[in-house]
Design a protein around this ligand. Structure first.
Ligand code: CA
Length: 377
């Protein structure tokens, strides 16, 4: 079996309402889908996190390294691409492009052997994954101290046992919003906060101290990704676990964060940090360092399926235990017209729990009409 063709699909959809986080407003959602075809007719699907026009150019450029190669040699091809770009792209869009390619190759591998990817990654530890609701963004109008607690209570009513609040809008306002959301969801639901690196270390520590009484599951991206010393300062100043890593890449990048003990929870994005091949290695390394692993997930059903295939095989934290800490799926609840439309059978939650797809490959089927419908012009 040989790789015959590598195609990219840039997808775009306008949102009915813009939503904001600490650094920007969104009024559209985009996606970059990788499609790899073999000479015996198998199709593998992958997705790249990051700026779609740039990751599409990266994947198109790397295609020459793939055409004619055996798609089952996933580690070999990963290294071939990585080393060809080593001097120019150890992090960022090159690795995001490589991630989408790697995911598509794993989809092909699973389809070739007629098994779900998790069987080939070592075998499933679980068939269902607890999801947490990512939402609680800002709206153009209304009082966040009213609509955020209402929205959070809605997730709890749907069955979610954990929700994540966006912070980074000023320390006082963040503390008030955190308190309001905690009061709305009660004490039995986990609450995490995510600043999207809006703060420096002193401001993040000040916010952390103000919200420590509200039983915070983790404080995500308190400071910019380059500020590793800042992460270490925040981590040593607070009792709240510190999370991050959606802007970090490959085993080499995570090695440095782990050696410095900058994080309590690493959050590689499967569609950015190097794909399934690399994220499995990062997860194994995190386990060796005693650090929790919860993937960052922000994309279409392809990204969700790839993340679930990896989540299926991750060990619980510090087993054996009668009360193990299980890895969770980040389940984006914001508007994303492409996310579920791309799959013939969308991945949904039931009571805050998502089943791992058990079909061959990623376990999903792509609705090609959606590729046309959302194609960016
Ligand atoms: Ca985040």
């Amino acid at each position: 079996m040989k790789i015959k063709d590598v195609r990219t699909h840039i997808l775009r959809a306008a949102l009915s309402q813009p939503f904001g986080y600490s650094r920007a407003w969104y009024d559209t959602r985009t996606a970059m889908v990788v499609e790899i075809e073999t000479d015996d007719g198998l199709i593998g699907w992958g997705e790249c996190y990051g700026p779609a026009p740039i990751t599409a150019a990266v994947v198109a450029s790397l295609a020459t390294l793939l055409i004619g190669a055996d798609p089952l040699r996933t580690d070999y091809l990963w290294r071939k691409i990585y080393s060809s770009m080593r001097d120019h792209g150890q992090k960022g869009v090159i690795i995001e492009g490589l991630s989408g390619i790697d995911i598509a190759l794993w989809d092909i591998k699973g389809k070739h052997f007629g098994v779900p990817v998790h069987r080939l990654l070592g075998g499933a530890v679980r068939s269902k994954v607890q999801a947490y609701a990512t939402g609680l963004y800002r709206r153009r109008s209304g009082d966040p101290l009213r609509y955020l607690p209402e929205e959070a209570a809605g997730y709890v009513a749907e069955g979610f046992k954990a929700v994540k609040l966006k912070v980074g809008f000023g320390v006082e306002e963040d503390a008030a919003a955190t308190r309001a959301v905690r009061e709305a969801i009660g004490s039995g639901v986990a609450l995490m906060v995510d600043a999207n690196h809006a703060y420096d270390a002193p401001a993040a520590i000040r916010l952390g101290r103000m919200i420590e009484p509200y039983d915070i599951g983790w404080f995500e991206e308190p400071v910019p990704p380059e500020d590793v010393a800042g992460y270490c300062e925040v981590k040593s100043a607070l009792t709240i676990p510190v999370a991050g890593g959606e802007c970090e890449f490959t085993r080499f990048g995570f090695r440095d964060l782990l050696v410095r003990r900058a994080l309590d929870i690493v959050q590689p994005d499967t569609c950015a940090a190097g794909g399934l091949s690399e994220c499995k290695k990062i997860a194994d390394m995190a386990e060796a360092f005693g650090v929790r692993y919860n993937p960052h997930v922000w994309g279409t059903g392809i990204a969700i399926a790839a993340s679930l295939q990896l989540l299926a095989v991750l060990p619980p934290h510090t087993p054996p235990s009668l009360a193990p800490l299980e890895p969770m799926l980040e389940f984006d609840r914001t508007e994303h017209p492409i996310r579920q439309a791309l799959l013939t059978r969308p991945i949904e939650h039931a009571g805050g729990v998502v089943a791992v797809p058990d079909g061959s490959g990623l376990g999903i089927e792509i609705d090609r009409t959606a590729l046309t419908r959302f194609a960016a012009r």
